[in-house]
Design a protein around this ligand. Structure first.
Ligand code: ARG
Ligand code: ZN
Length: 426
């Protein structure tokens, strides 16, 4: 065992990240139910096909195809007359464009901007935690840090950042913001880090909207809910989505956003551990989801909102996300009213187009076991929603948003949080 562990550590130290040379990004237009069905079957039978956008009749699906499957994939489409385009043969180049900087360059930029972390590049989990600790030192009255209940499979601690106004004698309504539950969605921790720093700065400067945010509510940010997966996307595989549960030599990882206890194991999941949407052995089988459950339960009396932050597509998704029918919760009208306003803020800040609707309406798939659906069943009436940040649903850069867009993305997202805080009826 010890010897194996040593080997494992050496292998980890020496291994180079997976490269994406020879991967091809396909855009596939399905013209009828049969074609769409065929693509869905492919996604189930070939877990190594990475569906970046799911198919729907008369729309384009986007699929990342590894070198070994390119011929098989084409051979499936061609006889059926399904038209496709290869939109990128240089996925490695996209990956490189979003790579973290060398430490010295990162430090330079940070110094120049005078911020706790460089908001024009992406960072490892350790660096993110360092920056969070700096915010605590700079704003001791407004920041409280703690660790969630469970350490991860690889032994990481998940940090909770509580923000509140300086005069918070009583318990205020609580807003929970979860990001980085999907490892490769780097923009989501990055955007929340920017917001955390910005709202503290604005609060201190006496900005009315920031005051309204922090004086009226307690904010509970979990910026990196899945730190094992997040670090794995830095060290080993940029396209990793799940956590790092070891299952067998063949596969690892549970899709955490299929692991919450809400119609668990039904729609939009796989029972095969090699799949990117593997729902795990049981609801809340994973430390990372159990963490979010325990956090929410501990705030059950005061919780008024649960925001699950993902990328990409530029959507604001509202429940229910688990069903292929358009089924809506009892507070749907109120959710739609507030998300409509939030959308206006998202759009007007930089002219970025966002849409709101259910997952099935916008993403072309339903999925059980997701965070915001669970939170809303656990506490009916709350403002539960799921962001899909930049880029747009058809952008080939997908999970690799250029770091030059971090701040713009965060600014429009921040604007929508202010609007939410102002509009909520609690
Ligand atoms: N992209 C997210 C995921 O696949 C969307 C989840 C939306 N919520 C839902 N209940 N379907 O996890
Ligand atoms: Zn996601």
């Amino acid at each position: 065992r010890v010897i194996f562990a040593l080997f494992g550590m050496l292998a980890l130290t020496w291994a180079e990240p997976l490269r994406f040379d020879g991967y091809q990004l396909f855009s596939v237009l399905t013209k009828g139910y049969e074609d769409t069905r065929f693509l869905y079957d492919l996604s189930e039978n070939y877990p190594d096909l990475d569906f970046w956008r799911y198919p729907r009749t008369n729309q384009n699906a986007t699929i990342l195809v590894p070198p070994g499957l390119v011929d098989i994939f084409k051979a499936g489409l061609e006889p059926r007359g399904i038209s496709y385009q290869v939109v990128s043969t240089d996925v490695q180049k996209i990956v490189d464009a979003g790579a973290p900087l060398a430490p010295e360059e990162e430090a330079n930029r940070k110094r120049q901007a005078g911020t706790f972390i460089d908001h024009t590049s992406y960072h490892t989990y350790n660096r993110i935690i360092e920056a969070i600790n700096l915010t605590k030192i700079a704003y001791p009255d407004n920041v409280q840090l703690s660790n969630l209940n469970y350490i991860t499979h690889e032994g990481r601690v998940v940090t909770l950042v509580k923000l509140s106004g300086s005069t918070s004698a009583t318990k205020k309504p609580a807003i929970i913001v979860e990001s980085g539950i999907h490892a490769r969605e780097w923009i989501t921790p990055a955007a929340n880090l920017w917001v955390i720093e910005k709202v503290l700065e604005d609060y201190k400067a006496g900005n009315a909207e920031a005051r309204a945010m922090l004086d009226k509510y307690d904010w509970y940010f979990v910026p990196v809910a899945n730190p094992d997966g997040y670090d794995y996307t830095h060290s080993t595989n940029r396209m990793w989505r799940k956590n790092r549960r070891y299952i067998s030599t063949r596969c690892s990882g549970v899709d955490l956003n299929r692991n919450f206890d809400v119609v668990w194991g039904t729609t939009g999941i796989s029972r095969t551990c090699t799949s990117d949407i593997y729902c795990g052995e049981a609801p809340f089988s994973e430390p990372e989801t159990a963490n979010m459950r325990d956090l929410f339960n501990s705030l059950i009396d005061t919780a008024v909102a649960y925001l699950s932050v993902h990328s990409f597509s530029q959507y604001l998704l509202v429940p229910w996300g688990y069903t292929e029918y358009v089924s809506r919760p009892a507070n749907a009208d109120e959710l739609d009213r507030v998300t409509t306003k939030m959308l206006q803020s998202l759009i007007s800040t930089h002219g970025t187009n966002y849409y709101h609707g259910t997952a099935w309406q916008l993403l072309n798939y339903a999925a059980s076991g997701a965070a915001e659906d669970w939170a809303l069943t656990r506490k009916p009436g709350i403002y539960a929603m799921c962001y899909e940040l930049r880029p747009r649903y058809d952008d080939p850069r997908a999970f690799i948003l250029p770091p030059s867009e971090i701040i713009g993305t965060a600014q429009e997202y921040y604007a929508s949080l202010k609007t939410m805080a102002a509009e909520m009826r609690v």
